[in-house]
Design a protein around this ligand. Structure first.
Ligand code: GTP
Ligand code: SPV
Ligand code: MN
Length: 606
């Protein structure tokens, strides 16, 4: 029975029931009894069911579940992701486009009767704290229990979300998901921003099917933000508590699998901890930001959990993320340690389990398996490189006391970054907001396993939003410039970082992780105006003596520091030429300000 009187919701759900023809419809109220029953159901499926989930060791990982998706369904599919607005020009050169009527007509037969013999789950959810003026409501229809259980962690799910919507509003995002046959040739992740609608079919993996996340909170929300005067960004949000007790909030946009979760939860080096520095996590993937009554920019995390990259996560690299996964967490495509029914992934420790199940489901000797070379010429992996944990934010030892603050936190600095083996120094500051917008537009990064396709290929990923901007990227840049105008001298300062600079042998030359605190320290000092900088053609760089390297002097020698902070004019001239080519794609929608910024950079480089 429907959980709301809202006729807009009920009418749409009825239409989708008529289309997909489920045997049964279950409205998700979010109660423990209901979720427990669904957990029992999905865990009692036969082993050969693709939907099967497993309970993990109740003593070591209480409330935790394990799932393997099909091998052809392990990451976002950018080539099958569409923005369907009426005018092709409004989608812009970075998105796949199709006419909305054409796309509805193409997908309708795929959804017709697709839930026959299945149950449709109606999931009401809120992106953002219930009652927050920045929060928004979505409803996802799905035939997957895995989706229901994940949405329960990632969003504020259940009846309360409808209370937020009220009985008459039409302002909710309509998400329709069917795993269908998980047929990769008919996989579509489709957005209709002008209809507040998302249609996803033939996938059962993460970012493709948890429709509150990338589809709503980034692609649809970025369009809403443009129309309504706010911003939806692929950004972590963290607070740095200083010895005087003050907390400075910072957001950072890095492309997928480029270090947001790690930075958001970092543990400062001993030298900082002993002085009283502490990091608080507000979010690890998405920020919604709006100007507050005091003129500053405020951010909320619309999510309620972390869908984080498992490989590489360990006690040392990200203690807080690992701790977050110790209860009520869902693990997807990691390996099983059959000896104690726990999980394992590359980089958790150096001891792969002997009695292991790898991510495709084969029982193997993990020690032997990981020592062998696979068909791709690389060492075989027990866990998929894009295997992930879905962990409740409340589990995180360093979750911010402001996590549920309906008004969000005031942002002092915005950081851009990516994986760049060369060219980009460890950190630099923009001259002002417009220059910072230019720097964001110029972000390039090496691709990762978060999306299907080649890994390690350098590509443009402006503001880390290439896969997630729901409209024309040049209009998005114009929106950034407008926001800067509105914020005026209260605008956050904008920086760029690169944790991934390499030496000639391909080793990272900056220790990264907790030591990134040293860079945050400089950034905060710059915001407070307590430290000088070196003016270079690309922006302000730290004076060498102003980066605190206490305790890592052996690792970051003066020669390495030189390398980290160098601005190589020849490489930057190549960067300018490349950007000029990139900008051409955006035609006359490219804001003149950005061309002016590029011209000015070229001139400064001489
Ligand atoms: P999405 O969830 O895909 O948006 O990614 P994310 O940006 O949250 O990425 P995450 O923090 O999970 O990092 C992904 C990978 O980057 C992991 O393999 C980390 O070990 C690695 N990584 C994170 N921070 C650093 C760093 O400071 N230095 C180095 N060298 N690697 C890092
Ligand atoms: C990303 O790829 O940026 C993610 C993971 O955060 S997913 O939700 O699968 O898109
Ligand atoms: Mn992400």
């Amino acid at each position: 029975m429907s959980l709301t009187k809202n006729p807009n919701v009920n009418k749409w759900v009825d239409e989708m029931i008529a289309l997909t023809k489920p045997e049964k419809v279950v409205w998700i109220d979010g109660s423990k009894e209901q979720l427990d029953a669904l957990t029992e159901e999905v865990c009692s499926l036969p082993d050969d069911s693709h939907d099967k989930m497993y309970k993990l060791n109740p003593d070591l990982l209480p409330g935790c579940l394990y799932h393997r998706t099909q091998p052809n369904d392990v990451a976002r599919v950018e080539d099958r992701t569409f923005i369907c607005c009426r005018n092709k020009e409004d989608a812009g050169p970075t998105n796949n486009w199709c006419d909305p009527q054409e796309m509805y007509a193409k997908l309708t037969p795929l959804y017709d009767g697709v839930m026959k013999g299945r149950t449709m789950y109606v999931i009401p959810y809120s992106m953002g704290p219930i009652g927050s003026p920045l929060a928004k409501v979505g409803v996802e229809l799905t035939d997957s229990i895995y989706v229901v259980l994940n949405m329960n962690i990632m969003t504020r799910m259940g009846k309360a979300a409808f209370e937020n919507l009220g009985d008459t509003s039409n302002d909710f995002v309509r998400g329709l998901h069917s795993k269908a046959d998980v047929d990769p040739n008919n996989r579509y992740i489709v957005h209709f921003p002008e209809d507040n609608t998302i249609w996803s079919i033939n996938s059962a993996y993460g970012g493709n099917v948890l429709l509150g996340k990338k589809c709503f909170a980034l692609r649809i929300a970025s369009y809403q933000g443009k129309m309504e005067g706010w911003m939806a960004e692929h950004m972590l949000i963290l607070g740095v508590k200083k010895p005087n007790g003050e907390v400075t909030y910072i957001t950072a946009a890095f492309p997928s699998a480029c270090g947001k979760t790690n930075l958001a939860m970092l543990i400062p080096p001993e030298g900082y901890r002993s002085k009283g520095y502490e990091i608080f996590t507000v979010g690890d993937d998405i920020a919604w930001m709006k100007q507050g009554a005091d003129g500053r920019l405020y951010a909320i995390n619309p999510e309620n959990g972390f869908f984080g990259v498992a490989p590489g996560t360990n006690e040392k690299s990200n203690y807080n993320a690992l701790a977050s996964t110790k209860k009520n967490t869902i693990f997807t495509n990691v390996a099983l340690n059959n000896a104690d029914n726990t999980v394992w992934w590359e980089g958790l420790d150096k001891n792969p389990p002997v009695d292991a199940t790898e991510w495709k489901g084969a029982k193997v000797n993990g020690v032997e398996f990981t020592a062998q070379v696979g068909p791709d010429g690389k060492k075989q992996k027990l866990a998929h490189p894009n295997s992930r944990f879905t962990a409740p934010a409340e589990n995180c030892p360093c979750i911010s006391p402001e996590f549920n603050n309906p008004n969000g936190v005031p942002i002092s600095a915005i950081i851009f970054g990516g994986r760049r083996a060369k060219t980009t120094p460890l950190v630099y500051q923009s001259f002002d907001w417009a220059h910072g917008t230019f720097i964001g537009s110029a972000v390039s990064s090496e691709t990762t396993a978060a999306a299907t396709g080649a890994v390690g290929v350098l590509r443009h990923d402006p503001m880390a939003m290439k896969p997630f901007c729901g409209y024309h990227m040049a209009d998005y840049w114009a929106h950034w410039l407008e926001m800067g105008q509105k914020l005026g001298d209260k605008a956050p300062k904008i920086f760029n970082v690169n944790w991934f600079k390499q030496d000639a042998e391909g080793n990272f030359i900056w220790p990264g992780f907790g030591d990134n605190m040293r860079v945050l320290d400089w950034i905060i000092s710059r915001c407070e105006g307590t430290v000088d900088a070196v003016e270079t053609p690309i922006g302000y760089l730290p004076k060498k003596e102003d980066l605190n390297l206490e305790g890592i002097e052996d690792e970051v020698t003066p020669a390495i520091l030189d390398e980290l902070l160098t601005v190589d004019t020849d490489l930057w001239k190549e960067e300018v030429a490349d950007l000029r080519t990139f900008y051409k794609d955006f035609g006359d929608r490219l804001p003149a300000e950005l061309t002016a910024q590029l011209d000015a950079l070229e001139k400064r480089l001489g």
